[in-house]
Design a protein around this ligand. Sequence first.
Ligand code: FAD
Ligand code: NAP
Ligand code: SF4
Length: 694
Amino acid sequence: MHACNYAPTKADSYDRFNSASRMRYPHLFAPLDLGHTTLPNRILMGSMHTGLEDKASDYHKLAGYFAERARGGVGLMVTGGIAPSIEGWLKPFGGRLSMPWHVARHRTLTTAVHAEGGRICMQILHAGRYGYHPLSVAPSKIKSPITPFTPRALSARGVERSIRDFVRCAQLAQEAGYDGVEVMGSEGYFINEFLAERSNKRSDAWGGDATRRMRLPLEIVRRTREAVGRDFIIIYRLSMLDLVDGGQDWNEIVTLAKGIEAAGASIINTGIGWHEARVPTIVTSVPRAGFAWVTRKLKGEVSIPLIATNRINMPDVAERVLAEGEADMVSMARPLLADPEWARKAQAGQSDRINTCIACNQACLDHVFQNRRASCMVNPRACHETEWPMTATATRKRIAVIGAGPAGMACASTLAERGHSVTLIDQAERIGGQFNYAKRSPGKEEFEETLRYFRNRLHDLGVGLQLGQTADAASLQASGYDEVVIATGITPRRVSFAGSDDPRVLSYLDVLAHDKPVGARVAIIGAGGIGFDVAEFLAEHAPSPTTDVQRWTREWGVNMQLDTRSGLQPAQPEAPARQIWLLQRSQGRPGARLNKTTGWVHRATLKAKRVAMLGDVSYERFDDRGLHISVKGESQILPVDSVVICAGQEPNRKLADALTAMGIKAHVIGGADVAAELDAKRAIAQGTQLATRL
Ligand code: FAD
Ligand code: NAP
Ligand code: SF4
């Protein structure tokens, strides 16, 4: 097998489009002069922990990951957080750069990136009280609500030592060949903890009034600049919106920004929200570029470039942020995990070929929080670049893939990319399978981008698409394919109780696919991912467009005037469209099994919509009085006029079983393989992996 180009179009063909794309995205592709160096465009790949930073033996994988993104044309990249000391670890034995012998592993990264013509800064991250270990330190001995360890309060000497650790770390980063460092001053980590009354109760020179609270970052940046000289980028990530009680006010933030510029920073990046904040900041329901207005407020206060962040995922969004003067650069972390070729595609005028980050967090942040290597739901190769090279097939086969849901689309496109002749068949008139229903949930409109990406990818790769055709075993046998892949998905689980055949008892497909009418009071049976999505769908009068920032900030209690401390104000959720009960049989809190980094947002959303969530429920019957249930053994009647069943799924193996009966061997993937706990991450990864083996 020989290597094949993973990108659909060769990089050199992009260059032919360069001048056209500069016309299309003139601000995004304008160079940025930093004095000693000029960045080729305004795209920063923001810091993102991948889990590969912690072991020296993983650095060659990290080098492959960054090299691929440097090749993809991003202007500047920032590594995941690297601690300047053991005290500053994010977790025990986490990535650290504090000793001369740590330098070599980092040089692996910088060499690989520079070989591709890229630039990379290392983020210095002192975790402070967010450190998940017993050695954590902080300005004061106050435990964070999201970690089990109470930090040790640093002495004044300890603070001085921490500053020296930052400076030493930056010097070692310079020795390792980095183009600069990013000093992490936001998200509620160490530096941010010094800045906020919430976590800084000191009365010495490092606490008390705002001037003393901001001394730490100013000293860190000033002394770092002295140590590294002029020709080294220092990005300071500044918390512009703490979103927690006892955070900074806007005047303090402006004063800090001015001080950071005077201390010698080259660029100020935006930080939004502490990790313990109860306002979502990056999940898919946050509007695109939903916090760029915060960076905008700082424009004119400093003269160094400002970077806007959070939910900027497509070139037109990035261009608008820059064109409207909200920032000088845009930071994207997850979008470059999803598509390493993001910048080149935008530059080539091929934005509709970008594999868009849909902000699901399922394979990136959720993995990191589970101590697993990050990857990407829509690009399972992310962070596995060196272990998962894409190779062309030595033997071109005729392959049929049945089912154009996420599993089938991923499999068919990867097979075609490897050089096979592929036919993709679906009984529906459109590709996408269940993603067509997922995208109807409020805040999941981004899922349409994945469908657009696959639609174009399948077309570009010449996959024979046969829609509106139900595949059967006999016709597949007659066609004589070399391989058959079954990706026929699932069928919704049916639930039986007295009255369950009443037309007012609906399945989630009746609601999301067939728009059947639903009454003003509704019970949802099953509180898994789909039960929550259906509840959100039914609670909303009209879904918020992904760009309606004002409506979103009002609902979540973010003060766009920034005249309250931390940018918080009382949330004003809109009244629900219906009265909803969300039910499950198992004990405990519905939604406890939802994804780690997004589940709390779904639970908070439904709470704001006054959805009643009940566990330990038995379903007895449905009649004109409503749904008769017992909760913890006690009977009650929910006075509902509709019931929607969201009780999980069963594999749809009819075709697979028919082929087996005929003695035809087929590969079964996605929901057709195992429906239990199936999500699109598993479906796409399984489809892609199978395609690399055939
Ligand atoms: P499917 O998507 O079910 O696709 C199967 C396809 O096969 C269908 O298009 C069907 O028409 C076709 N087919 C079946 N039989 C035949 C035949 N005989 N001939 C031709 N075609 C046939 N997952 C997540 O990871 N994150 C989420 O946020 C998320 N949200 C969701 C929200 C909702 C409302 C729903 C319904 C699902 C959600 N999911 C989510 C689940 C995710 O969509 C599924 O896990 C995924 O679609 C499964 O992929 P699949 O390709 O195996 O099957
Ligand atoms: P699910 O997550 O397995 O939830 C099924 C629900 O139905 C559970 O609440 C279950 O709880 C209940 N149930 C199961 N069998 C039942 C029965 N016989 N009678 C009554 N209730 C029953 O499945 P899903 O909601 O259908 O979602 C399908 C997949 O899509 C899941 O893997 C999910 O992760 C994925 N998805 C993900 C997201 C996301 O945001 N990440 C969103 C939507 C879907 P009890 O047994 O306690 O009643
Ligand atoms: Fe974006 Fe989801 Fe991929 Fe993370 S897993 S990079 S959020 S698409």
